[in-house]
Design a protein around this ligand. Structure first.
Ligand code: XIL
Length: 345
């Protein structure tokens, strides 16, 4: 049955309206200068973790990412299990969408992450030593190769140190031995010689056994000529704040001749968060920004999401949340203004 020209027009209008509703409203502009503008004269790139579903479906989210940040990190979309769910079959659509959007917004991309013990594909578990070695080389070659020239920095390995300061006994360490780290860096360098290669670590934000071990590792990698350009410190913290050795820690890494990045900053609060908690959170964010600004080698600062409506803390840590700069309705919290002020002065 033909629907006729008028029917077709009605259908098209209905589809456009439905899409408009799905995408929601425009973002309410945030007060003052954008974080990316404020970071620029300080030589600091300001980033956020992003999610492809939000970029695709929520206009206000997409607008704020473009307006406020000079760098983005795919929160999950480049992880091994998502990008290579079946061996040798790569699914780049989600990560491509993020990288394309970043290109349009004039943003750098941090690739996250190539070798990580979480969010691995099931098929990896069945591999023995030789199989895992080949699969890891191939994974790095294909993923880094796919984004050659478009991903500025890679978190080549993530969280390789355990909580007590030894090398984490991941499947990679267990099957390949500690040399898997150096091999991952070499494979990444071959696949994109221009990308900067970082080691990214959790809980190594200040001087402690974990950062001591990381420091020793980075020093020995450098000494053996492994192509490593930088160190990323995640900075998932709470109101206990950032230990006073934060800046001294940044300085000792900088002295190794590597660049530094704060890669996943957020400040978890106990829910419900009071006004005083939000003010205390703003002070913690201020400390994080100031510390990075105090050390020349600290060139980029990324928040692990920018809205409480889409934050892994609310989603995965029971009783905790409100960890980011904007509330769930994308309104600025005291933390947002504190970051602006810290960047300005
Ligand atoms: C987290 C994501 O934010 C979540 O959406 C996902 O469910 C689990 O992983 N350190 C890292 C990140 O390096 O990859 C983690 O991201 C958070 C901790």
């Amino acid at each position: 049955m033909a629907i006729g020209a008028a029917g077709l027009l009605v259908l098209i209008v209905a589809l456009v309206v439905a899409e408009g509703l799905r995408q929601g409203r425009d973002a309410k502009p945030l007060p003052g200068q954008s974080l990316r503008e404020l970071g620029q004269p300080r030589g600091l790139s300001i980033g956020t973790a992003v999610r492809v579903d939000a970029l695709r479906n929520q206009k206000a989210y997409r607008q704020l990412v473009a307006a406020q940040f000079s760098s983005v990190t795919p929160e999950n979309e480049m992880k091994w299990g998502l990008v290579e769910p079946e061996r040798g079959k790569f699914r780049f659509e989600a990560a491509d969408a993020i990288v394309d959007a970043a290109g349009s917004a004039g943003q750098a991309v941090r690739g996250h992450t190539l070798v990580y013990h979480h969010q691995l594909p099931g098929w990896l578990g069945g591999l023995g030593r030789a199989g895992l070695r080949a699969a890891t080389e191939e994974h790095i070659r294909r993923v880094v190769g796919h984004y050659r020239g478009r991903v500025a920095v890679w978190d080549v390995v993530n969280e390789v140190i355990g909580d007590r300061g030894g090398l984490r006994r991941s499947p990679f360490a267990a099957k390949l031995g500690p040399d898997y780290i150096a091999q991952a860096f070499r494979a990444a360098r071959r696949a994109d010689p221009a990308a900067r290669l970082h080691i990214n670590e959790a809980g190594a934000d200040a001087i402690n056994p974990r950062s001591d071990r990381l420091y020793a590792l980075v020093r020995s990698l450098k000494a053996s000529g492994v192509p490593i350009d930088g160190v990323g410190l995640q900075m998932h913290v709470d109101l206990a704040g950032v230990p006073p050795t934060y800046v001294a820690n940044l300085r000792r890494f900088a002295a190794l001749g590597v660049e530094l990045a704060i890669t996943e900053a957020d400040v978890a609060l106990k829910l419900p968060a009071s006004a005083a908690d939000l003010r205390a959170q703003a002070r913690v964010y201020r400390t994080i920004v100031r510390g990075c600004l105090a050390v020349k080698a600290c060139r980029s600062l990324t928040f692990w999401g920018f809205t409480d409506g889409r934050s892994w803390i609310s989603e995965t840590r029971s009783g905790l949340g409100a960890a980011t700069l904007l509330d769930a309705a994308l309104r600025p919290k005291p933390a947002f203004r504190a970051v602006q002020r810290a960047l300005r002065r």
